[in-house]
Write a new protein. Structure first.
Length: 139
């Protein structure tokens, strides 16, 4: 959802990723390795979808504002996070929602650890500004 901002596309990608997992002969050392593989493959498939001419030229009817979050408390925060720049949004999600360290995020996304640290810093600042703009006074 963080990449494609569309539930239908996210569902399609999730289905394709699990199909790849099922048909893959990849050996996973542990659950963390499998989770990292799933995230990496999912991120790559999202990037590939967003690179297609169809996605670059067409704006979907459903947007992130229509997205639902299971936990009502997190719904408002997720709406604000979805307004952020893509790289900052994804890094914040992986760090706070998935619990990955900056080193792990860098490995999964194929970036340098310093770049991920900078994206986290910029993401936190952008999130704070958005929260203040939305009327959240207590930070």
């Amino acid at each position: 959802m963080c990449y494609v901002r569309n539930k239908a596309d996210a569902d399609d990608i999730m289905q394709e990723v699990f199909l790849k997992l099922y048909t893959s002969d990849t050996y996973f050392v542990n659950d963390a390795h499998a989770k990292a593989w799933l995230i990496k493959v999912t991120a790559n498939m999202c990037r590939n979808l967003l690179k297609t001419p169809w996605k670059r030229l067409i704006q979907p009817i459903e947007t992130a504002e229509n997205m639902t979050v299971e936990n009502e408390k997190d719904s408002g925060l997720m709406d604000i996070i979805m307004k952020m720049k893509s790289k900052n949004r994804i890094v914040l999600y992986m760090h706070y929602y998935e619990g990955y360290s900056t080193r792990e995020i860098a490995e999964i996304l194929g970036e340098k650890e310093n770049a991920v640290t900078s994206q986290l810093y910029r993401g936190r600042k952008q999130l704070k500004d958005l929260l203040l703009k939305e009327g959240y006074d207590e930070l």
